[in-house]
Every structure is written in structure tokens, then in C-alpha cells.
Design a protein around this ligand. Structure first.
Ligand SMILES: NC(=O)c1ccc[n+]([C@@H]2O[C@H](COP(=O)([O-])OP(=O)(O)OC[C@H]3O[C@@H](n4cnc5c(N)ncnc54)[C@H](O)[C@@H]3O)[C@@H](O)[C@H]2O)c1
Length: 322
């Protein structure tokens, strides 16, 4: 099958492209390389089944042409990472709302199935544990830029579901929860794991925001990709939303301690106020735990890789990439 991966030079997209090629598919990656890197895909550039198109999802004719060529679209291109969203909320909104709108419209015109990458951020400030896919969202103020990513992803989901219900577009929405693994941007813009691993390997202080007792659930990339592929292949997934996550809750402080330990690092672990990193209007949430039973029941997906094992792989890949 010929498959389009938008954002396929990025962290998740490049691993997904590898997996699709290994399964015998033809893969086209479109990416504007704003956050993604050629290094993530260069091992595939010589493959006759792989094509890289440097381009923007806001380029409607280009996206329409590529979607017309493919049977299945994994739409992952987005402005990702709190830091990027806070620095340029306009670009984030344009890409994450208008870009997705174009992808969905074109997929609908060509009758192509879309798997849409959404985020645990859509739950925003909800304090419910665990978070089911059909739970209410508790959204922050529009005055706080942090929430524009969450709002954009939620709007993407609404758009996708509207195309599905009104125009019969086959769509599956997947909400990733803190995926981590090799190829994360070592500058750590979008990932606390990447940031801590890099700090630990450099022997710099490992900077934990707030009191470090906020928790997150981390999902290793192999599991992220497995859930993504299953969402495209299981017929009953059509029109549904899934958390693609591992429900192992870890405090951010504990994460810092394990990474320091596993990296044999002499780094200090330092608590840093949120305001120092993100400015005064930043708001964070204490816990975000996914319900995983729907993905297990419908997709047959259960994340397999324990945190310690995934961190081992990640640290070793960061080490060898230096
Ligand atoms: N990594 C996670 O834990 C996580 C969590 C929740 C949701 N997601 C979602 O998963 C998807 C992939 O995220 P990722 O972690 O791989 O991030 P990433 O930044 O590595 O990948 C996103 C890719 O999109 C590309 N891109 C950005 N704007 C573009 C544009 N206008 N046109 C073309 N390409 C563009 C970037 O260059 C990058 O390669 C995103 O939609 C993200 O919102 C990721």
C-alpha cells in the first residue's frame, strides 16, 4: 500500500515510516524540516519504496497531490512542544488547525483514510483519573498561550469527526501520551525525557519544574508506533478516538532520578520554578493518567515496554549519537 506520513522526518513519524517500510509498504514523507531532521530518515533515502518531499502542509496544492497518490494518510505534522507553542503561537495555530483542515479536506475529496495524531493535551486541566477518551475536557483560558496547542488538537478532532459523520471520511484519532525513545530532539523542546537524558549525559544539572511531584505516563516509541499501526488496520477503529499510552504513572522527580542513575551521571537534580522557564502565565497539571482499556478492547493494543527498559534504549541511543 502507498502511505503518506506528514511530519515523517520528525521523531514519531520517522519511526512510523521505518515500520511501514519494514512491512512492505511504499512510504511518502512530507515534512518542512522545521522541527524534523533529515538525519531521522536518511537511512531510507536510497530505498525505492521511500520518497521524501520537503514541503509544508499549508501548501494546499502539494498536499492535495500527495494525498491523491496515497491510500492511507498518517497525519503527524504539527508544531509540537510547549516551548515552540509559547514562542510562536500563531505558527502553531496555523499549522495545527489550518494544516490539519487542508489534510482532512483533501483526504475527503480523494476518499482516503486518515489517522490523526492528537494528544493527551486535549484533556487540558482535567483532574479525572484515569482519562477516558470520551471524558469532558477542562480547558484553560485563551489568555494563556499554553492552551492553544490543546485547543488546536481538540479542534482537529472535531473536524475529523465531522468529516467522518457528515462525509463518511474514514478517520481514526489517536492521542499520544509522552512518547519517548531514540531520535527525540536532544534539545528536549518537546520532551522531558530528552531534556533529562541530555542534561545527565552532559553532567549539567537536571532541571525539574515545580516540586517534581507532578506525574506523567511515558510510552516507549515501539509501543507508540504499534498503537498507531493498529489504529490504521483494525476496521472497528474507524470513527473512534484512542489513548495510545502506557498507564505507568511516574513523578517527574522520580524520572530525573532514574535517568541520572541509569546514565551514571554526576548531575545534580535541581527544582526550577515554572515561571523561570515559561514565564508568568504558565499553568501545568498534576496528573495525566490514560485509560487504556478501549485501545486494548478494540485495537488489541497494550503498551509492552516498561519505563526502565525504554529509558535504557533511549540513553544508549543518545550516547551513541554524540
Ligand atoms: N511525542 C509525543 O509524546 C506526542 C504527544 C502527543 C501528541 N503528539 C503528536 O504526534 C505528532 C508527532 O509528534 P513528534 O513528537 O514526532 O514531534 P516532531 O516535532 O518530532 O514531529 C513533527 C514534525 O512535523 C513537521 N512539521 C511541523 N510543521 C510542519 C508543516 N507546516 N508542514 C510540514 N511539516 C511540518 C516538523 O518538521 C516535524 O518533523 C504531532 O502531531 C504531535 O502533536 C506527540
Amino acid at each position: 500500500m502507498k502511505v503518506l506520513v506528514t511530519g515523517g522526518a520528525g521523531y514519531i513519524g520517522s519511526h512510523l515510516a521505518d515500520r511501514l517500510l519494514a512491512e512492505g509498504h511504499q512510504v511518502i514523507v512530507v515534512d518542512n524540516l522545521s522541527l524534523g531532521k533529515l538525519a531521522n530518515i536518511e537511512h531510507n533515502l536510497e530505498s525505492p519504496d521511500f520518497r521524501f518531499v520537503e514541503g509544508d502542509i499549508l501548501d494546499v496544492p502539494l498536499i492535495d497531490e500527495l494525498i491523491g497518490e496515497c491510500e492511507l494518510i498518517f497525519h503527524l505534522a504539527a508544531v509540537v512542544g510547549v516551548k515552540h507553542v509559547l514562542t510562536d503561537p500563531l505558527q502553531a495555530m496555523m499549522t495545527n488547525v489550518c494544516g490539519t483542515g487542508s489534510v482532512l479536506q483533501s483526504a475527503c475529496q480523494h476518499g482516503r483514510k486518515v489517522v490523526l495524531a492528537s494528544s493527551s493535551e486535549v484533556y487540558a486541566k482535567s483532574t479525572k483519573v484515569p482519562l477516558d477518551e470520551d471524558d469532558d475536557r477542562l480547558q484553560g483560558s485563551t489568555q494563556v498561550s499554553r492552551w492553544c496547542y490543546s485547543t488546536a488538537k481538540a479542534l482537529d478532532e472535531h473536524l475529523a469527526l465531522a468529516y467522518h459523520r457528515q462525509r463518511d471520511l474514514p478517520v481514526v484519532i489517536i492521542r499520544y501520551f509522552n512518547s519517548y525513545g531514540p531520535r527525540l530532539d536532544p534539545r528536549g523542546y518537546g520532551s522531558v525525557v530528552a531534556k533529562f537524558v541530555n542534561q545527565a549525559l552532559d553532567g549539567r544539572p537536571i532541571t525539574v519544574h515545580g516540586d517534581g511531584r507532578q506525574t506523567r505516563c511515558f510510552t516507549y516509541i515501539d509501543d507508540t508506533v504499534e498503537g498507531t499501526v493498529l489504529s490504521a488496520t483494525v476496521e472497528a477503529a474507524n470513527g473512534e478516538v484512542f489513548n495510545i499510552a502506557r498507564a505507568e504513572e511516574t513523578t517527574v522527580l522520580h524520572l530525573a532520578e532514574i535517568i541520572k542513575d541509569m546514565a551514571n551521571s554526576s548531575s545534580d537534580i535541581t527544582l526550577v520554578p515554572y515561571e523561570q522557564e515559561y514565564g508568568d502565565d504558565f499553568e501545568d497539571i498534576r496528573r495525566r493518567v490514560p485509560a487504556v482499556d478501549k485501545a486494548e478492547r478494540i485495537l488489541g493494543f497494550r503498551a509492552q515496554v516498561p519505563l526502565a527498559e525504554g529509558l535504557e534504549q533511549t540513553i544508549s541511543s543518545f550516547r551513541s549519537g554524540r
